[in-house]
Design a binder for this molecule. Structure first.
Ligand SMILES: Cc1cc2nc3c(=O)[nH]c(=O)nc-3n(C[C@H](O)[C@H](O)[C@H](O)COP(=O)(O)O)c2cc1C
Length: 196
């Protein structure tokens, strides 16, 4: 069975609105085993000098046995990656950026010589909610361009997203309607992927 990697950065947990989109997506997704990474709970730090030197020494020696490579191996071997994350500070939460620093390993996620992607996944799905009235494609929306760039670097050719915006600035009833529509869209997207 194919594997979907659920990169869950719904930091607010149960009350997360983004998590509602993720639940709708996975409820409708068939044909995949789902591996869940709870980014909020990961014991990871941004790459500092010491860690980077240690990592470079190992990758240059072709030694990928250390646990520090586990997240990268898991990411690179998934058939599909599903990222669920709220929109923070016009981009992604820092913990998710840190996760990608740990995934983006030369020799695992990309080839250090050719800079060609080495990830198996054909597709990334990005699920998000935003507080302000910032639609997809707005210049203030820097999460999607960043994730698309990463996908290209990792060799993941397809990128699809479901977003819901304005949730902190519109009346809650209207927000609930928007969220319900986005949940339906997430479910339809998942159904469309089942046979691919
Ligand atoms: C730390 C933090 C930073 C945020 N930054 C932004 C922002 O830059 N732009 C925006 O539109 N909303 C911003 N928001 C609002 C969230 O995007 C919005 O409430 C979203 O629906 C939260 O998703 P969640 O319910 O899954 O946590 C921010 C919220 C938090 C907690």
């Amino acid at each position: 069975m194919k594997e979907a990697l659920f990169v869950d950065c719904c930091i607010r947990g149960e009350i997360s609105r983004t998590a509602r989109l993720a639940r709708a997506f996975f409820h409708a997704l068939g044909g995949y085993h789902v591996a869940h990474v709870d980014v909020e709970k990961l014991d990871i730090s941004p790459l500092g000098r010491e860690m980077l030197q240690k990592r470079d020494t190992m990758t240059e020696a072709g030694n990928y046995e250390a646990p520090m490579f586990d997240l990268a191996k898991q990411f690179a071997s998934a058939d599909m990656v599903v990222v669920a994350a709220p929109f923070w500070d016009m981009g992604i939460p820092a913990k998710l950026k840190t996760y990608f620093e740990h995934v983006s390993v030369s020799g695992i996620a990309f080839d250090g010589e050719t800079c060609m992607g080495k990830c198996r996944a054909e597709r990334m799905v990005y699920l998000t909610t935003r507080g302000l009235d910032i639609p997809d494609g707005d210049e203030q929306e820097q999460a999607t361009p960043y994730l698309k760039a990463l996908c290209r670097f990792f060799g993941i050719m397809e990128f699809q997203s479901v977003s819901c915006y304005g949730l902190d600035v519109i009346p809650s009833e209207e927000g609930e309607k928007r969220l319900a529509r986005a949940e339906a869209t997430a479910g339809e997207l998942a159904e469309s992927l089942e046979d691919l």
